[in-house]
Design a protein around this ligand. Structure first.
Ligand SMILES: [Zn+2]
Length: 315
């Protein structure tokens, strides 16, 4: 296989992380530099260009053999146009970052939303390596989503789609941050898990979970830690798993991926989370055993998913 090289950039509010990646998904060198968003959009673009030059120098890769610079950017991104429509983190509006970085580096540039890019990274080089159809859910403060279908990101018009966390699983249910009620995010985020754990404790003063000290000590782990010794904790975990499985089954029926990947802090539960989810999915998946099966796995690239997925925008 002929070696090709790519620059992968993971643009965050605090740091710009970058690396030189080959077509096998090997990271030759990686480095980071402060974003310095206070310098404004063009200032940040200059920092990206400077990091790119530094990475090329460190790797010894000739610029002529680089296919392009791929970037994962937080916010609403029009990836076809290479424009950041809006980014809360960076306080940008309608910035043509693709064109700007391209003219500074002399290299072609592709951009996409950071959650989508992470899904692509996992599909190409991580826990779903070699799989053509992958759905990724990140269970954090919210529920982020990314969809890879036939090896390509599914982003929708102006890349504003794939908001998997904001599909309703309980009509008229819990209030979501987006304004709707009953979104998956309002049940399956770490925030929702903490809310439900606190509610269970407040409603049950005899819950063993009070051993942690007080309501303010609750984390996304609390209910899982006590599920075998406290029926109230067990009920919280069961409800969490049931709601998340409902969302996963919906996406499995829509996209029929080979793999559903889970990322984010709640995934620290490992098999304790995956096994009950898989059992519910297997039971409810459309056409059951007659159709292709869908495997639930924990994402494995962590911080590197963004960098590798960004490079993969050119693959
Ligand atoms: Zn929502």
């Amino acid at each position: 296989m002929e070696k090709k090289y790519y620059v992968g950039i993971d643009l965050g509010g605090t740091f710009i992380k970058g690396g030189i990646v080959d077509n096998g998904g090997n990271i030759l060198v990686e480095d980071k530099t402060p974003t310095e968003s206070e310098k404004g959009d063009v200032g940040v673009a200059k920092n990206i260009a400077a990091l790119t030059e530094k990475l090329l120098l460190a790797s010894g890769v000739d610029k002529g053999s680089v296919v392009g610079v791929g970037m994962g950017v937080p916010g609403m991104i029009d990836s076809k146009a290479g424009v950041v429509i809006y980014s809360n983190n960076l306080r940008w509006k309608d910035f043509a970052i693709g064109e700007t970085v391209s003219s500074l580096t002399g290299l072609p540039v592709k951009i996409a939303n950071d959650a989508n890019v992470a899904a692509l990274g996992e599909a190409k080089f991580g826990a779903a390596k070699g799989k053509e159809n992958v759905v990724m859910l990140t269970l954090g403060t919210g529920v982020g989503g990314g969809v890879v279908a036939e090896g390509r990101l599914v982003e929708g018009n102006k890349s504003a789609g794939a908001e998997l966390g904001h599909s309703v699983i309980v009509a008229g249910g819990e209030q979501c941050t987006c304004g709707r009620k009953g979104c998956l995010e309002a049940y399956a985020s770490a925030t929702a898990l903490i809310r439900d754990t606190k509610r269970a404790m407040e409603a049950n003063k005899d819950s063993k979970m009070w051993e942690i000290g007080g309501i303010e000590a609750v984390t996304g782990k609390t209910a899982f830690d006590y599920q075998n010794s406290d029926p109230y904790a067990k009920a919280v975990v069961e409800n969490y798993v049931e709601k998340l499985a409902c969302g996963i089954t919906n996406f499995a029926n829509i996209f029929r991926p080979e793999t559903v990947l889970l990322g984010g802090g709640v995934c620290g539960q490992g098999d304790g989370l995956v096994k009950p989810l898989q059992a519910l999915l297997d039971k409810e998946l459309f056409a059951g055993e007659l159709g292709p099966q869908v495997e639930i796995k924990i994402a494995q690239l962590g911080n590197l998913a963004g960098l590798l997925g960004a490079a993969a925008l050119f693959m």
